[in-house]
Design a protein around this ligand. Structure first.
Ligand SMILES: *Cc1c(COP(=O)(O)O)cnc(C)c1O
Length: 418
C-alpha cells in the first residue's frame, strides 16, 4: 500500500461516495418517530410549550436519564449556557474562566450578563482545561468555571471541582459536544452545579436547534426557569416579572423532535464509540499518525474524531496531510477553529454594545487584554489538530475506508521521507 499513488497526485481515491454526514439523512437517525410526535402536535393545534406535552416531557425525562433533578429547555446550546450563567447571577465585571477552543455559544451568555470571560490553557493531549492554568487565572472577581468537554471528552473534573470548592466557585459544564460522555463513572453534566446541552443539527441528538440546562439545585433551577421565560412565574393573578429575563422558550415542534431523539441518544453514542474504536484500531500502527487520547477511566462520546501527525516522520504539514486525506474521499480539517476564540473581533476590538466596549470597559471589571500568547498550548493544538467526521451511521466499510485512507497517505509520506 505504501507505494500506491495518492489521489492528490492523480491516483485513484480510496472512496468516491461521500461518507455519512450529520448535515443530512445520510448521517442522522431522524424519521418515523419524529414524524409521529410532530403529527400529534399539529393535530392538537397547540404548538406552544405551555399547554403542550412534549417540551415538559423532555424537561422531565432528559435530566432523569442522567440522574439529575431539573431540566430547563431552551432554543439553543447558546441559550442553555446563557440561562446557566444568568441563574448564578453574576455581578457586572465578575469573571468566568473557560476554554479558548470552543463555540462562541460558550461566551455569548457570559458577555450578555456583563461578566468577563477569562481563558485558561489546555492540556495538549485531550484539548480540555488544564486545572493548574484554571487555578492560576482565579482573582477576587472569579465567579464560575465553564469546563468545555471538547469533541466528546470530559475535562479533568476532579481537580477542577476541587479548585472550585476551594475558591467558592460555581461549575457550569458545557456538554454541547459530550452527550453521555463519562468521567470515572460520572456522566457529563452531572458533576458540576449545572450542565448545558445543544440540540443543533450537528450534535449527538438534534431538533435542528434547541438546548437544555440541567441542575440538582432547586434555587438555580427556579432562577433558570424564570430567566428562560421573561422572569415571569406564570402564577395565577396579575402578571409580574421577578427580574430581567429573556424569551428562550422551546416550542412543541422542537420538543416533539427532541423527545424522539432522546430515545435514540444512548444507541447513537454507543454506535459512535464502535466507529471511533474501529478507526483507532486501524491506525494504531500507522507511522506518523497519533490517534485520539482518551483519558484513563473515561468514556469519550465522539462528536468529532481528532488526530495529530508527527510532522518529522511524515515530512509534511497538517494542512498538507488534510489535503491529501480529503482527496482520498475522507474530508479532514486543521484546527477546528482557526485561532483561540479570544482572538475574534468580539474580544480584540470589543465589538459588543455600541461603541462602549462594555462589559470589558465596565468600571466594575478588572482591566484585561486578550493576548495571543496567553494560552501557548492552545496555539500549538490549533496548529496541529486534524478533525475527521464521526457519526452513528458509519458502516464497517466506511470505517475501513477511513482507516485505509489515513494509512495510504501516512505510509506514502513516511516512505518517501525515509
Ligand atoms: C454547539 C456548541 C455550543 C452552542 O450551541 P448552539 O446550539 O449552536 O447555540 C456551545 N458550546 C459548544 C462546545 C458547542 O459545541
Amino acid at each position: 500500500m505504501s507505494t500506491e499513488k495518492l489521489a492528490i497526485e492523480g491516483g485513484t481515491p480510496v472512496r468516491t461516495v461521500p461518507l455519512p454526514s450529520v448535515s443530512n439523512k445520510s448521517g442522522r437517525d431522524v424519521g418515523k418517530e419524529e414524524i409521529e410526535n410532530l403529527t400529534e402536535v399539529i393535530n392538537s393545534g397547540s404548538l406552544f410549550r405551555y399547554g403542550g406535552k412534549f417540551v415538559s416531557k423532555f424537561e422531565e425525562e432528559f435530566p432523569e436519564m442522567l440522574g439529575v433533578k431539573h431540566g430547563i429547555s431552551s432554543t439553543s446550546g447558546t441559550a442553555a449556557i446563557h440561562i446557566a450563567v444568568a441563574s448564578i447571577n453574576p455581578n457586572p465585571g465578575d469573571e468566568i474562566i473557560t476554554s479558548p477552543i470552543t463555540d462562541m455559544g460558550t461566551l455569548i451568555g457570559i458577555l450578555f450578563q456583563n461578566a468577563i470571560p477569562v481563558f485558561a490553557d489546555l492540556d495538549p493531549e485531550t484539548y480540555t482545561l488544564l486545572p493548574e492554568s484554571v487555578e492560576a487565572r482565579i482573582t477576587s472577581k472569579t465567579k464560575a468555571i465553564i469546563p468545555v468537554h471538547l469533541f466528546g471528552q470530559m475535562c479533568d473534573m476532579d481537580p477542577i471541582l476541587e479548585i472550585a470548592r476551594k475558591h467558592g466557585l460555581k461549575v457550569i459544564e458545557d456538554c454541547c459536544q459530550a452527550y453521555l460522555a463519562e468521567y470515572k463513572g460520572h456522566l457529563a453534566g452531572t458533576m458540576g452545579d449545572i450542565g448545558c446541552f445543544s440540540l443543533q443539527q450537528s450534535k449527538h441528538m438534534t431538533a435542528g436547534d434547541g438546548g437544555i440546562t440541567i441542575t440538582n439545585d432547586d434555587d438555580l433551577a427556579n432562577r433558570a426557569r424564570l430567566f428562560m421565560d421573561k422572569g415571569w412565574p406564570r402564577e395565577p393573578g396579575a402578571r409580574d416579572y421577578m427580574f430581567l429575563g429573556i424569551n428562550y422558550r422551546m416550542n412543541e415542534l422542537s420538543g416533539a423532535v427532541a423527545c424522539a431523539q432522546m430515545e435514540k441518544v444512548k444507541g447513537i453514542v454507543e454506535r459512535r464509540r464502535k466507529v471511533a474504536e474501529g478507526i483507532t484500531r486501524l491506525i494504531a500502527d500507522t507511522p506518523g499518525v497519533n490517534p485520539p487520547v482518551v483519558r484513563n477511566g473515561c468514556k469519550h462520546s465522539w462528536w468529532l474524531y481528532p488526530i495529530t501527525i508527527d510532522e518529522k516522520v511524515l515530512g509534511i504539514t497538517p494542512q498538507e496531510f488534510c489535503k491529501a486525506l480529503t482527496a482520498e474521499g475522507v474530508p479532514a480539517g486543521v484546527g477546528y477553529i482557526g485561532k483561540p476564540i479570544y482572538m475574534s473581533p468580539v474580544f480584540q476590538e470589543r465589538k459588543t454594545y455600541g461603541t462602549s466596549g462594555c462589559p470589558f470597559t465596565c468600571p466594575h471589571a478588572n482591566p484585561r487584554e486578550y493576548r495571543e500568547e496567553d494560552c501557548p498550548n492552545t496555539l500549538e493544538i490549533l496548529r496541529k489538530i486534524i478533525t475527521l467526521g464521526c457519526n452513528e451511521l458509519f458502516t464497517e466499510q466506511d470505517i475501513q475506508d477511513v482507516g485505509d485512507a489515513i494509512n495510504k497517505v501516512a505510509r506514502y509520506y513516511a516512505g518517501r521521507k525515509s
